[in-house]
Design a protein around this ligand. Structure first.
Ligand code: NAD
Length: 275
């Protein structure tokens, strides 16, 4: 069954489910991304710091898929923040990917202590104006960072990609995003496969629907309105994770998920990370 798209605030369509490649070594990325494209994924989430843009680009080229059917995201690393260095880093990413545009370019972390995310974003606006990124946005931005960006630049970010899973549901961030037309993209949607998939409530919902815990978690994201980018290098899991569009969680299931929120991060605190 086909992956639905959401419409970003600039009219660009983004698949609601994509393939994340953090921690996939460059020499394995072509195989993993190739498996994902064969399984029907059309959106790929990489980043300069993942050091697998080359392998990702190889899989894209080898797939033979028309470029316009793909949605490729990459991200600017912290050490490249600043106007001129961002333009250079973007060129390097495009070169590694073997593409002449990306669909979405994100600032990976705000690094507020550096004080450069506004200038960095202005470089993204230039890249967007030149047609080399169909949409631009941010990742790991907290509300004050978004408020400042919206106040000092002209293109409202299309996306904020943040840590989000049933134990960190991010309701306040989601509300702020919705009020400003920013799509919420969930990183580590499966909680990095560390414990979340054994939570008894999730195992019970999975049994009820004759699905796996990963599938009901991804289904929860879809019904919540999040964009998701689960990662796996295991072909059977890659297929399992996209096979979530032919069943639905009911109100009881959603209530059970709502009770799992602990507001607990697995990853770093964006207020201080990268300083
Ligand atoms: P995830 O939540 O997608 O979990 C991936 C792990 O879960 C796998 O390594 C595997 O151990 C397990 N898993 C996957 N599918 C499974 C299945 N069907 N059954 C059982 N276990 C399964 O974690 P992630 O990789 O951290 O996040 C996904 C993507 O989000 C990343 O690859 C990356 O693209 C992005 N990301 C972005 C940031 C950021 O700062 N912007 C940070 C982390 C991740």
């Amino acid at each position: 069954s086909k992956v639905p798209s959401i419409t970003l605030n600039n009219g660009v369509e983004m698949p609601q489910l994509g393939f994340g490649v953090w921690q996939v070594p460059d020499n394995e990325a072509a195989k993993a991304v190739g498996t994902a494209l064969e399984a029907g994924y059309r959106s790929i989430d990489t980043a300069a710091i993942y050091e697998n843009e080359t392998g990702t680009g190889k899989a894209i080229a080898a797939s033979g898929l028309p470029r316009e059917e793909l949605f490729v995201t990459t991200k600017l690393w912290n050490s490249d923040q600043g106007y001129d260095s961002t333009l250079r880093a973007f060129d390097a990413s495009l070169e590694k990917l073997g593409l002449d545009y990306v669909d979405l370019y994100l600032i990976h972390w705000p690094v507020p202590a550096k004080g450069t995310y506004v200038d960095t974003y202005k470089a993204l606006e230039k890249i967007h104006a030149d047609g080399r990124a169909k949409a631009i946005g941010v990742s790991n931005f907290l509300t004050p960072h978004l408020e400042r960006l919206i106040g000092e630049t002209s293109v409202v970010p299309a996306v904020n990609q943040i840590e989000l899973h049933p134990q960190l549901q991010q309701s306040a961030a989601r509300e702020f995003h919705a009020a400003h037309g920013i799509a919420t993209e969930a990183w580590s949607p499966l909680g990095q496969g560390r414990g979340l998939l054994e939570v008894p409530t999730i195992v019970a919902v999975a049994r009820k629907h004759d699905r796996t815990p990963a599938q009901v978690v991804l289904r929860w994201h879809i019904q919540t309105g999040n964009v998701v980018i689960p990662k796996s290098v295991t072909p059977s899991r890659i297929k399992e994770n996209i096979d979530v569009f032919d069943f639905e969680l009911d109100a009881d299931d959603l209530a059970a998920f709502a009770a799992l929120d602990e507001g607990r991060r697995l990853g770093p605190d964006p207020a201080v990370f990268g300083a």
